[in-house]
Design a protein around this ligand. Sequence first.
Ligand code: GLU
Length: 507
Amino acid sequence: MKTIRVRFAPSPTGPLHIGGVRTALYNYLFARKHGGKFILRIEDTDQNRYVEGAEDYIRQSLNWLGLSPDEGPVQGGDYGPYRQSERKHLYKEYAEKLIEAGHAYYAFDSAEELQQMREDKEKEDVHSAKYDQSTRLDMKNSLSLSAEETDQLLMDCPHTVVRLKVPEGETISFDDKVRKRVSFNSSELDDKVILKADGMPTYHLANIVDDHLMEISHVIRGEEWLSSTAHHILMYRFLGWEPPVFTHLPLLLKPSGKGKLSKRDGSKFGFPVFPMEWDAGDEKYSGFKEEGYDPAALVNFLVLLGWHPSDDTEILDKEIMAELFELGQIVKSGARFDIEKALWFNQQYIMSFEDDYILEQIKDHVPESIFSRYDESFLKELIRLMKPRARLYGEFYTEARYLYEMPDSYDEKQVVKRISSEVMDVLEDLKNMVLDSTEFNAESLSAVIKGHLSENALKMGVYLPLIRIMMCGAMTGPDLFEIFALLGKASVIERWDRALEAFRSYL
Ligand code: GLU
């Protein structure tokens, strides 16, 4: 059997969109499943759209997500270089081969002439006119001109390009793992430019030449490339190469399910669409990393946007994913990007992590001063208590402020509902019991307080909420007695005194 070799082939035109991350992930899993190779190839032939820093960003994002390639611009490998701009010398030869065999031709039209053609066609009521079999002989190219004129222009013309000569009236078909049999009518395809005037190949030529030379067995990419595949199939045939197996992934849809998820949706709906922060100069986009997602949770969320295992298990680690992953199980319909689901996954992962690991992770998400003010054992205990409640790493701070600092206000409505001078007296007694207790752990404190309440037929529903408000400011937080144990006697008593003082004004 042929070795499995797949590639993720982003263009460094900006940050990696979350849809691109899913493409990388599916490639990665497919390679892992079959003991194959996952390759990163940088498709940077379009120098006009090149964005400084984008390649580094892509690499760092893949590393953060644990999707590091086996071969790539940094790792190297036997099929390099892995940046198309460094492979420029390779492509021309294939363009020439196609020309010699009559499957491609030189075109000399200027931008104005191309524009003129479109306008003329529009006058004839042909909309979105293309450079194709119906128009190519009216244009300036090596098919419409004589050999002498062509030779002359080859020496003089500054904007000579090579175009693919798409045959007329043919059905071009291929099998796609998701879409099954896909067919295109060649009469509807344009004669795509394959080599530009600057000698650089376009995406189409570079992509197939590299997939061939790098011995790519399977192409797994976004659905937006489906229509280009018809051109690619033609070129494979003309060059006598066997095409790889194609899989076109469904679109990621907006949270509403209507329309494609775009990078603007992130700021619009208030969630990240990039894995890591991206500084676009005029605008900074926060990423999943900075928002406090764990990469394992993000990967788990993403893998299910378009694929799921047969038994619908949701929590999957990367090894299991790789074991279960099947291209044939990828769905055709677009996958709705539901950020609530991403949060749910993150929470599930947080709950399953060791406290030590979480302590490491929250370092970038909580104020630095926390680490000088509190020792590790306090923070670990706080993590243990907050684990079932924090959905994002930052929430170990934002949702737990009252565990670090005394409350500066109390839920007045809830206090007023329950307070009276008799209740104040009982709270005072309870405080003294807490103060006197020799053991200071959750069980013993619970026994002291609950024991006193039940022995004296005092209502738990009055006192326990009030004590919670004394500690936390509001009726929120983990188990009350665990909070006592975490805060320690001195802090509990201080909070108690302060609260009693404040409660007096509600009487
Ligand atoms: N360079 C293309 C992109 O930016 C790659 C498409 C493909 O995988 O063939 O997505």
